[in-house]
Ligand binder design. Structure first.
Ligand SMILES: Cc1cc2nc3c(=O)[nH]c(=O)nc-3n(C[C@H](O)[C@H](O)[C@H](O)COP(=O)(O)OP(=O)(O)OC[C@H]3O[C@@H](n4cnc5c(N)ncnc54)[C@H](O)[C@@H]3O)c2cc1C
Length: 397
């Protein structure tokens, strides 16, 4: 068995794990990232695309913001559509903050490149990854690589291995509370080789269901349609997708839907999920390993970055100065932002989607809420503040 040693053993090379490794390196702290997929697979995985102001700033401060600032699309607002009419929410005017469109897979490429250029250690295609002794002072991670068994001893383990990873399930069930809220719907998502409908995101609510018109660049669109919870993508032909997108854009003279080849399509499930606390002994969960939000509020990757920002500081305080308070309070401090994002993502989802189970009263109440947000400065500001992301000072220690 090959034996290795590091200060922080990180499971998962998604946005959370890679950003954590990058932030720790800035603090002079050594880490090894263990990932079960290949680098090419991770860099081609199309997922999030919208960065809050705090995440934009963090990428810059971590030394990986240059390409984002060059190629990303800064947005000052979004459009809510219902009843065939658009209502712009001017996020910049309401909050002084903006958001940025820049694909998660591009961030993963930038972080991989930066870590590897700086001599950072990322093990791709690790097999049978397991964590051990994480309630002790000498936790271990074991895995196989190229058929050889490897053991890493470390001071702390960061579980950044996503919702389906191995770290959260390794915590004794009696030590955590799981809050799980599935939704009676999913999203059909397509990546299209065509310009976006509009230069900003369009969230459209129609009696046929919700649709989101977003983009990855000014030549590639990312389009979503509300669908049933367990739908088979084979049921969604390209023709059916275009027809439904057209109907749900309900664009009138405001918007035309540019068409092009569909490059990728799939169905995403919708759920809200939180694991409390996000730590056990010397194991600390971050990102989707600890919490999931429905994509309506575009919060998942942003929350992952907020977690690792806090974890990197707490780990540095412990490993450099012997102070453990930040690690002990890690979960408690993260959860204020996590639950704000949970409520906002649930609220945006219930505001804009169609629910078969709603009675006539609930439909009218939902309609009233949309009209309030679109026509009241206070309603619009609440949406804008949450959408741009709460400033770091809001939950600073
Ligand atoms: C359709 C869609 C749209 C979205 N839009 C947005 C958006 O606009 N804005 C936003 O902020 N968020 C969005 N999200 C959410 C965002 O993609 C996730 O929150 C984000 O990927 C979380 O990052 P993570 O690093 O915590 O987890 P992941 O990205 O899941 O990374 C976990 C990593 O761990 C690896 N791993 C898993 N198991 C193991 C194991 N046993 N051993 C080793 N490695 C393992 C995985 O291969 C992966 O590389 C969206 C998600 C979806 C599905």
């Amino acid at each position: 068995m090959q034996k290795r040693r590091t200060q922080v053993g990180i499971v998962g090379a998604g946005p959370a794990g890679l950003m954590l490794s990058q932030l720790l390196a800035r603090e002079g702290i050594d880490s090894i990232v263990i990932e079960n997929r290949s680098r090419a697979y991770c860099e081609a995985r199309i997922r999030a695309g919208l960065l809050e102001q705090g995440s934009i700033d963090m990428l810059g401060e971590a030394g990986v913001g240059a390409r984002m600032h060059k190629e990303g699309l800064a947005h000052d607002g979004i459009e809510l559509r219902f009843g065939g009419q658009g209502h712009r929410i001017d996020i910049k005017a309401l909050t002084g903050r903006n958001v940025m469109i820049y694909g998660q897979h591009e961030i993963v490429k930038d972080l991989n490149a930066a870590r590897i250029a700086e001599g950072g250690q990322i093990v791709f295609e690790a097999g049978d990854v397991r964590i051990h002794d994480f309630s002790s002072k000498a936790p271990r991670i074991t895995y196989t690589h190229g058929g050889e068994p490897v053991e890493i001893t470390c001071d702390i383990i960061a579980g950044c291995d996503g919702f389906h990873g191995i770290c959260r399930p390794a915590i004794p069930a009696e030590a955590i509370t799981l809050y799980d809220h599935p939704y009676p719907m999913g999203w059909v998502g397509v990546l299209v080789d065509a310009p976006p409908v509009s230069h900003e995101l369009v969230y459209s609510s129609t009696p046929r269901g919700f649709a989101l018109f977003t983009m990855r660049s000014m030549t590639v669109s990312r389009l979503y349609l509300q669908c049933g919870p367990d739908e088979d993508i084979a049921e969604w032909s390209d023709d059916r997708i275009w027809e439904e997108l057209e109907l749900r854009l309900d664009g009138g003279s405001d918007h035309k839907l540019p068409k092009g080849p569909i490059l990728q399509k799939g169905v995403t499930e919708m759920r809200s999920f939180v694991c409390e606390p996000m730590q056990f002994g010397n194991l600390f969960l971050a990102g989707d390993a600890a919490h999931i939000v429905p994509p309506t509020g575009a919060k998942g990757m942003n929350l992952a970055f907020a977690d690792v920002r806090r974890l990197s500081r707490a780990a540095a305080d412990f490993l450099k100065r012997g102070r453990r308070e930040g690690l002990d309070l890690y979960s408690q401090r993260c959860l204020k932002r996590v639950w704000r994002a949970q409520h906002f993502s649930w609220w945006m989802t219930t505001l804009m989607h169609s629910f078969d189970t709603y009675n006539a009263f609930e439909r009218r109440a939902q309609q009233s809420e949309r009209e309030y947000v679109a026509s009241s400065a206070a309603g619009a500001k609440t949406l804008a503040e949450n959408y741009a992301g709460m400033p770091w000072a809001w939950d600073e220690d």
